[in-house]
Write a protein that binds this ligand. Sequence first.
Ligand SMILES: *Cc1c(COP(=O)(O)O)cnc(C)c1O
Length: 367
Amino acid sequence: MEIKTTLLPESQRKCSTIKDAESLPFGKLRSDHMLLIDYAKGVWKDARIVPYGSLSIMPGAVALHYGQSIFEGAKAFMHEDGELYAFRLEENAKRLNVSANQLCMPEIPVDVQVEGMMKLLDVERKWCPMQPESSLYVRPFMIGTEDALGMAPSSTYTFCVLLSPSGAYYSGGFKHAVRLLVTERYHRAVSGGTGSAKCCGNYGQAFQAARFSKKYDASQVLYLDASNQYIEEVGSMNHFHITKDKTVVIPEFTDSILRSITSLSVMELLPSLGYKVRQERVKITEFLDGIRSGEIIEAGGFGTAAVVTPVSEYIFENGDILTVGDGGIGENTRKIYEAYTAIQTGKAADKLGWLQKVPHFQYDLAR
Ligand SMILES: *Cc1c(COP(=O)(O)O)cnc(C)c1O
C-alpha cells in the first residue's frame, strides 16, 4: 500500500527533548508524526503519515456514543547497533483483527498494519529513548467514524497509530512490586462479553475498580470471574504465579481474558530457562492457600506495558493482607524479567524470532 508521507521540517521536530530526560513517564509524550488509514465502502485507503495533531471527527461518530473503538499496544527498542527493532508487531496486528471481529468492525490486513507501523517507526526512529526500561511504545487503534445515532455498526472507520517514547509503566520500574486488591465487587468481563477483545469499553469501566483499589493503597484489583471463584487477570496484565517446583501457572485463556502476547512469549521462553509452564483455571481459594502454605512462592503479571511485574501483597476488603514470599521481588520473577528484557533490548540472542529490524525506507513524499 502506498503511504503518503508529509514530514515536519527538521527544525520543527522535538525529539531532542527526550534524550536527557532523567525519568520518562509512560504514555504521556508523543512523537512528531502519526499514521492514518481510512475505511469506507469496504476498502482501506488513503494511508498517510502526517504530523501528530487533532483528528477531525463528527460529534455523532459511532465510536463516541457506542464505543466502537479498539486498540493495541506494542514496543520498539533501540539496540546498541543503532538500529530500531520492533517486538512482534504481527501478533498485535492479528489481535487487532480479533478485536475488530468482536466489535463488528472491519479487519485491516496484517501486512498493511505492519508496513504502516514500520514506516512510522522508521520516520520516528530518533524518538526511541535509550534510558533503562524505556521504549518507543506503539499504540494502534481503530474507531467507527460514521455520524449516525442508530445503534448499528459504523460504515466508516479510521485506523491510527501514534507513538509514545516511554519509561516504565509502574514508576520505579522493576525495582517496585505492586499490591493487588482481591475484590468480589467489580468484574472486568463476563463469559459471552468482550473480555478477550482490546476494546475501549473494557477499560473505561475498569477505572472505578482502580479507584476503589486506591483506598486500600493497592495499584490495581485482581479480577475474579463473575462467579467469584477463579482468577482472571489484572486491568492491563495477565496474572501468573510460580510454585516451588518451578512451574509458572497462567490462568487459562477464556473468552473473558485478554490473550497477552507477553504471556504467550514468556511461555515460549520458559522451558529454556528451566521452568515448566501450565495454563489452567486457577481457583482463588486454592491460590491463596498455596501462598499461605508456601507452595506458591512468587506471583505477578505479564503485559507489554508492565512487562513482568511482581506482586508483593494481596489485600482484602476487610483489610487483611497476604504477603507473597518475603514481600520482595522473587528470584524467579527476576530471572524471567531479565531473560525477557535482554532479548527485547538486544543483549541476548533473539532465538525465537521476536524482533524485526525497522527498515530504512524510501518515502513516497506527499507534495
Ligand atoms: C493489553 C492487556 C494485557 C497484556 O497483553 P500484552 O499483549 O502482553 O500487552 C493483559 N490484559 C489486559 C486486560 C490487557 O488489556
